[in-house]
Design a protein around this ligand. Structure first.
Ligand code: CA
Length: 232
């Protein structure tokens, strides 16, 4: 989801760092601000895809900033999720009245936060389907674990799926076997590096059926790279 940028506005540093960490884990780009003034100046450098906005902030509160953003033509399309403290039922209703796209009540789990964000991004039309990873005519559906190449559904094992998914989201970079093991199999699993080669060969075989095997490249002495730029 690294194509999406989320602006986190929260004055409590511990909570802000936690939010930033969670969002980064889910591969969002994150901007952070401790108050509305800071947040406002970040908007001048470019609009985020979503604002996660704490209700209680010093000087200008989240609800007031929501009202201002939603009445400003340049900013009103930025989806806002208001973060409220427990039990402030009237605040929630007020927030939505002011134009916030959703609210979430503290304390919340990372899982809840991410699913709210995805839902708002989906509703706002920013994404057609967040569960899809696309690279040219290769499409991975991360929810249904399906792969299609050139509109044809293909069968891949769970490992090949994860490997392909990693490559499609990290194109043009070279990864050695150790890095691929860490990223695709996970650090806690002990697997021989040769296993990587085996799965790369299988994946290349699948891609070869669609004449895409040249995209999965061996970089001699280093590792592997997924790129449509052949021969570089
Ligand atoms: Ca606060």
């Amino acid at each position: 989801m690294s194509q999406f940028t989320i602006l986190v506005v929260e004055d409590e540093e511990a909570i802000r760092s936690m939010l930033v960490m969670v969002l980064r884990q889910y591969d969002f780009n994150v901007l952070e601000a401790g108050d509305v003034m800071q947040a406002q100046s970040l908007l001048e450098d470019g609009l985020p895809d979503l604002i996660l906005l704490d209700w209680m902030l010093p000087s200008i509160n989240g609800d007031e900033w929501t009202r201002r953003l939603k009445s400003n033509e340049s900013y009103r399309d930025i989806p806002i999720i208001l973060v409220t403290a427990k039990g402030e039922e009237t605040d929630k209703i007020r927030g939505l009245d002011l134009g916030a796209d959703d609210y979430i009540t503290k304390p919340f789990s990372p899982k809840e936060l991410i699913s709210r964000i995805k839902a708002v991004l989906r509703r706002s039309g920013k994404i057609h389907d967040l569960t899809q990873i696309k690279f040219r005519d290769i499409i991975l559906d991360t929810e249904q674990h399906r792969v299609s190449i050139a509109d044809k559904q293909i069968e891949v094992s769970p490992t090949e799926f994860r490997l392909l998914s990693f490559f499609l989201t990290h194109p043009d970079k070279v990864y050695n076997r150790t890095q691929l093991l860490d990223q695709v199999w996970g650090r806690s699993v002990y697997i021989e590096e040769r296993t990587v080669d085996v799965h790369i060969r299988r994946l290349r075989k699948i891609l070869a059926n669609y004449e895409r095997e040249e995209w999965l490249q061996t970089v001699r002495g280093f590792g592997y790279r997924f790129s449509e730029k052949v021969g570089s």
